[in-house]
Design a protein around this ligand. Sequence first.
Ligand code: MLT
Length: 271
Amino acid sequence: MQRQFFNSGSRAISYFDSAPAQRDARVVLLIHAFPLGAAMWEGQVKALPDGWRLIAPDVRGFGGSTIDEPDEEPRIDDYAKDAIDLLRELEIASAVIGGMSMGGYVAMAILRRQPGVATAVILADTRMTPDTPEGRANRRSMLAVVDREGPSGVSRDMLPRLLGKTTLAQRPTVEPLVRRLIKQQSPAALRGAIQRMMERPDSQAVLEQLAVPTLIIVGDEDVITPVEDSRRLQAVIPGSELVVLPETGHLANLERPDLFNDALRALLSRL
Ligand code: MLT
């Protein structure tokens, strides 16, 4: 995938595009999880059926995207607005809209802002509910870790929960890959994402109105957004399909790319 750039006001938004020249291809837009960047989606290109194009933006401050300094009144909708602006810039009127975890929160914000843009939806290892008071307290602790130790501290604290127990025990290449993807990020980007996740609203109302094919994917060893969160999503999204990946944690596409890609390909092939 080639990294491309788009300028929005004074900021640059970077994104990976699997087929920039294929303007007539159908598009799947995937938003990355926290605290990784869009490079986490590299392994999904080979899941695309013919005629499909993957576009994966880095949200503000992540990867090659810049961030406003100061980053005032951070809202999850900022990321959604950037993604919608990117699609508009590329003259893409509609796309499959998907995301993992934080990327799922962004996908829900896109659906809230511009419901007509989605031809289908993918929600991987995510949830529709806002942070609980305990979750917000954990976010404040994480902000302190970012200020004290930067991405290395976040990586150390989160890795044991980002990956499933089977991956940690039996798939030795995944942990160094995820650590590398985390350490590329700047403290300002991590701080901005934590603040945005803390402020995100409940998305149940928008999901109840969804009238496009929706694929929900979750790892059965996900401890950050456990299977019950995905079952709740399935219960509110009309006609949605839930795929539970065995022996897989929170970062399902990196832990089990084969199974994740099967589910992605199956969805795209029937659209
Ligand atoms: C993510 O994986 O994007 C985040 O861990 C989600 C969250 O912290 O709510």
